[in-house]
Structures are given as structure tokens and as C-alpha cells.
Ligand binder design. Sequence first.
Ligand code: TEU
Ligand code: CA
Length: 545
Amino acid sequence: MTVSTPSPLTSDADWWRSAVVYQVYVRSFADSNGDGIGDLNGIRERLPYLRDLGVDALWLTPFYTSPMVDGGYDVADYRDVDPMFGTLGDFEAMVTEAHALGLRIIVDIVPNHTSDRHPWFTAALAAGPGSAERARYLFADGKGENGEQPPNDWESIFGGPAWTRLPDGQWYLHLFDPAQPDLNWRHPEVRAEFEDILRFWLDRGVDGFRIDVAHGMIKAEGLPDVGFNSMTTGRRQSELLGKGRLPYFDQDEVHDIYRSWRPILDSYPGGRMAVAEAWAETPQRLARYIGPDELHQAFSFDFLDATWSTDSFRKVIDTALAEATIVGAPTTWVLSNHDRQRHVTRYGDGEVGLRRARAAALLMLALPGCAYLYQGEELGLPEVLDLPDELRQDPAFLRTGESRDGCRVPIPWSGELAPYGFGPAGSELSWLPAPATWRALSVAAQTDEPGSTLELYRAALRIRRTHPALAVLGGITWLESDPGVLAFRRAARDAALTCVVNIGETPVMVAGYGEPVVASAALTEQDGAHLLPVDAAAWFTRHTG
Ligand code: TEU
Ligand code: CA
């Protein structure tokens, strides 16, 4: 007789359709050895925290061997762990421990470009123009009499030209930093290599992949000019990202790649998934990345970009739900990530920003589909706006003056002194300094503190896991409401949950939706109705059976 131990992971291969995924920016999450840099063993130590928070899965940003020019999005070895973050053994132990706690693991895969220290690129440099080694990347001759001008007008997302010239006269393409040369995805070896890399991590038990620059791998044949560039318009080409057509993004043939990846994912048990970090001109084009023969999810950056207004949220939510229904995939909501200003700050910063961010969390977590949280949003962390320039490490900073470091400051865990328990006891190091105000925002300071943002997230995630109406896949029903108020219902057979968000300028009376079960700000009860303050949200539930 065989006795099988039941796995704490639900056996549901569709787990990703309604999961809450917590993004770990590895460098800034938890430092186990006191060098001031977050690492895999730091994550292992904090897995119980994440289980208790109530998330279903973690997405880890790149921890692979890397010179760290772009925080690890410049990979030199796709099959190993950078010593800064630990070892492959640490990774395997982390997967085992996470799974034992019921947490799934999604890793980041960076297929658009490698590091310039990747053995393929160093071989390409050594081999010279016209070589087989160069064919794996996008090398080209320049324009002008002596090839002194770049092959076309493409600009790096990080500012400046997307081409760098080598001493031998040829140019190579890098849509990001010069240390991130773009691969040639029309080359069969490139395709084979990444299929093998997927299998490498799937064999190590990962539950999914977040695909970096998923819209970027195929470039238009002939590498045509954009025609809109800093030289001709004074405005950066990257302004077209997600708004216009660019010859280096969202080309139709990129979908062939995902059609070849999907069978690989499907050949492993347990519902292995992939989420696209893709930018497309329209929600319709974005939806082409998802579906049964391509990827499982694509982040709705339109939701992240929505402004604090009912119109903006309604439009984005309706469009995303409609597109998802057409392709039979879940919507993928996100409010913050490691590239964008934290939403507390986007919504106005300070008190107001925090109130709105808390309300937005209840809005997002009441919607059908999958939600991604970015580490620290459960603590209500704001963007750190006043980092000294000399500490900033984002490669975009030098080229554009824009820096993503302010959302990457290490997480405050406990204690009175910075870096607030980021490292082991007594460790004072952290690769970016935490502001003094974060003492009051640490996990320890907010735990069991009624009304804290952390307890709000814990409560909302607990209800999301257990309420029958939130388990139902599908759409929402908008309810008639005052201007400035968003109200929608999710319903199961015998229970309904209504989410009400007050985006307007005056408090609103809410009645008829049942009992409040969680609120982002204190409600006052009057004659059986509840007064919902400005910049606040609440969930009400009612039995209907
Ligand atoms: O980002 C891709 C991207 O196009 C943007 O999010 C971009 O980084 C941002 O607008 C620039 O300010 C992905 C990763 O999320 C990002 O961290 C990497 O830097 C980038 O790819 C390159 O790998
Ligand atoms: Ca460390």
C-alpha cells in the first residue's frame, strides 16, 4: 500500500486564475548574512511571514549570475544563482520550503537581452564582424560615409541611442543599457537555448515565469526607423511605449515564441504558468499574449496607470475584463512594481496618498482575476524621493535623470534603527538607506496594530481566500452609486460581496449591501447605514440564499 502525503499546494492546475502573487525584489527583501543585500536565504527566513500574510505565490526578480548593471536584469548565466544572492542549493531549498507552506514560486526570465558578460556576447565581440557568434545578437553596420552613424533612429528605454559602436566599427543593439545587448530571436540557437532554460527551472520545481520585456524579442525586418525621436521631436521615443507602434516592440512574430513555450509549460504537472510584462498599443493587442496557446497572464499596466478618479478606474476595469473574457484568461491587476513610483506617492503621497493606496488595495483585491502585490505595499510604504544621487544605482538615472531606486529601498522589518531588521541582528548595512519615518512602518510595528496597513492587507487577503463570492471567476456587476463612488458586486449562489470605493469629495452613506467585513478607514454607523469617508473603501457581505 502506498501512502501519499497530501501536498499543501492545492492540486488545482488553474490556481493562477485567482491567485495573489507577491513580488519579491530580492535585493531589497531580507538580508540573511549582513552584507546589506537581500538574498535567497533571507527570503527563506521570511516565508512564514508571507504565508501568514495570505498570498498564494511569490514572484522573484532575477537572482541569476549578473554584473548587476541593471539590478540583475542583465544576466550572465541563466542557470545559476549570483553569489550575492546565494547558491542553487539555497534556491532549491527555498522552493521546497515554500511549497511546504503552500506558496508557489514564479521566477523572472529575461529573454530579450543578455548581459554583455554573457559568454555568447564576449564570444561575439572576440569573433568580429560577420561571424556566426555575432549572429546571435543584433549587430549592424552604421550609416554615413564611414558607418559613423547608428544603423537607425531607435532609442534606448533608458535614454540615448539604442546602438553602441565597437572599436571594429560595427554597432550592436541594446534597447536598454549598453550592458544589455539584445538577442536575435530569429536565430534558432537563441530559441533552443531559452526553451532549455525554461526546462532547467521547471525541473527545479518553479511554478511559473514572469517574462521580462515579453513584447520585445522580435524586431521588424530591415530594422526601419521610427521617425519619432528625440532629435526630430525633442521627445523621447519611449513615450510611445504602450501608446503607439514601435518597430522593436509587439511584432506579430513574437507570438510564435510563446506558442512554442506553452507546450513546454503544459508538459509539467501542477499548472505551470507564465505572465507577460508586455507593453502594447491597445488592450486588444495586449490580450493577444494570453490564452490557451500562449501565455496565461499579462499585467494590466493600464490599471497601474489609472488616475484617482471613478471614470479612469471604471474604464480600465471594464476594458480589461472584456478583453480577458474574449480570450478566456483572467485579468491581472497590479498597482506597483519595481519599475514604477509606489502608489502611495502616485496617489498624492503623505496622508492622502496612503488613504487612497489602502482604498485601492481593497478595490484591486475585490476584482476577479489575479492580483500582484509589490513588496512593501502591504506596509503602506511610500516612494523614497530624497535618496542622495550618489547612492542611486538605476542605470536609467545617469541617462535620463529618472531613477527607480526610490521604490527599491530595503523593507523595514523591526526595531528602532535603520535598516530596521533588514539584516541579521546588529547589522547596520543596507544597499539603500531607509528613511527614519519607516521605523513606524515596519512589519513588527504594524503587526497586531488595529487599523495598520499590514493588518488591513491581512484581513482583506483572509476574506478573499474564504468568501464564496470572491471565489467565483468571471465578471462584476456595477451598482448604481453617487458620482465619485465606485460600487460593484460579486455574487456566489448564496452570498454576495459588495466593494464600495469613495473617490469623491464628501463622505457617502452606504446601505443595503449587508455587513461591513473590512474597511480601509473607520466607518461610522447611523441607523443601520454606514458612513464611508472620503478616499476610503469597504467590503460588505450579505447572505442571499
Ligand atoms: O522593464 C521593461 C520596461 O520597459 C519598463 O518597465 C522600463 O524598465 C521602465 O519604464 C524604465 O524606466 C523590464 C524590467 O521590469 C526592468 O526592471 C528592467 O530594467 C528592464 O526590463 C530591462 O530588463
Ligand atoms: Ca545578503
